[in-house]
Design a protein around this ligand. Structure first.
Ligand code: HEC
Ligand code: HEC
Length: 310
């Protein structure tokens, strides 16, 4: 691997580094011959501090200058062993990237047997294993909390689902959870605002919204809801079902319960109907791999109490 665009910069660095080290040596040497043969003097440099503190113009003690020479030798030896001079790798061929790779390999080798063991167990069993859940929890804290929160409770109004309840947008069977995390999910509810024929514009949206609120036992205007029911059963049923209980295959939420991705107020529901709703759970297959996804899926199963919908 080369970090330099051309040979010139390689030599540019080598010359500067080598010249600086040698310049230090030459400077030290020139200072010592300057004083060679002269006895200790009482000449001063002419600097005076605090009224009467003066500086004598004497050479450095011998041991002190040797210490400086030693640093020059050290720099040269170091430069030969470790990367210092341009592209030259040093005799040890050390690199920070190589160091990091070695560390990662060591850790991977340590945890691989553990990951393999859990990968062979079914999700329910992993969810019941305390050590596995500690590992899963750490993964969750690293990769999932930005959207689902540190406790997994999601963020209502922003469409990030709560993972600690038994209400599933995409399904809570082990295979469904694994699929959600592996390949991601994209929920899409079409906008009806621009299509007055579909539900009858803003007024129609309010009627349907009142019907939706009635489904989950919230206060509503019954006259509006009655009109909305017909519209729901001709337009919305395709995804949310005739009974409004949703359809996991397309991620259409159950509208008859008390769990809301975007809020239950009439205004929020009207907004969703007119503008549509789109949200995406990222896919983790490439980034995390099967073994980590297995642990995370078990962790999610555990968060929700381990089972399918009530
Ligand atoms: C960038 C934000 C984001 C991150 C990070 C994220 N998720 Fe999600 N997740 C979402 C969204 C948004 C949804 C809902 C998708 C939809 O509306 O169709 C979701 C849905 C889910 C679901 C489906 C819930 C249900 O009710 O069916 C599960 C399970 C899940 N996420 C687990 C995870 C796990 C585990 C991680 C960490 C590896 C994670 N998520 C990381 C945004 C995120
Ligand atoms: C093509 C399928 C589809 C159709 C048709 C559809 N929806 Fe949806 N709906 C969805 C999906 C998918 C979501 C979840 C969006 C997301 O993941 O962010 C959703 C979300 C919602 C929500 C938000 C629920 C919550 O928990 O906050 C409401 C309310 C809703 N739909 C009502 C309706 C109504 C009313 C109609 C008819 C006018 C309708 N939908 C038609 C697929 C559909």
């Amino acid at each position: 691997m080369s970090d330099f665009v051309n040979e010139f910069w390689n030599w540019y660095v080598i010359v500067i580094v080598l010249a600086s080290i040698l310049a230090c040596a030459v400077f030290l040497w020139s200072q010592s011959i300057h004083h060679r043969g002269k006895a200790e003097t009482t000449d001063t440099t002419g600097h005076v501090w605090d009224e009467d503190l003066e500086e004598f113009n004497n050479p450095l003690p011998k041991w002190w200058s040797w210490l400086f020479y030693l640093t020059v030798v050290f720099a040269l030896v170091y430069g030969i062993l470790y990367p210092t001079f341009g592209r030259f790798q040093g005799l040890f061929a050390w690199s920070s990237a190589g160091e990091y790779k070695k560390e990662v390999e060591t850790v991977d080798a340590q945890v691989k047997p553990l990951f393999d063991k859990y990968l062979k167990m079914d999700l329910q069993a992993v969810a019941a294993d305390r050590e596995a859940m500690e590992m899963g929890g750490r993964l969750f804290q690293t990769y999932c909390i930005q959207c689902h929160g540190t406790t997994g409770q999601g963020a209502m109004d922003k469409g990030f689902p709560n993972l600690t309840d038994k209400d599933w947008q995409w399904g809570g069977e082990p295979a469904q959870i694994v699929e959600t995390i592996t390949n991601g999910r994209m929920g899409m509810m079409p906008p009806y605002g621009g299509n007055p024929d579909a539900i009858g514009g803003e007024a129609g949206a309010r009627e349907v919204a009142n019907y939706v609120r009635s489904l989950s036992g919230l206060t509503h205007d019954s006259a509006l809801a009655a009109k909305g029911k017909t519209k729901f059963e001709t337009v919305c049923f395709a995804c949310h079902g005739q009974d409004g209980k949703g359809m996991q295959a397309v991620g259409a939420p159950n509208l008859t319960d008390k769990v809301w991705l975007y809020g239950s107020s009439e205004a929020k529901i009207v907004e969703g109907i007119t503008k549509g709703r789109v949200n995406q759970m990222p896919a983790w297959k490439e980034f995390l791999g099967e073994a980590k996804i297995h642990l995370l899926s078990a962790y999610v199963l555990n968060l929700s109490g381990g089972g399918e919908k009530k």
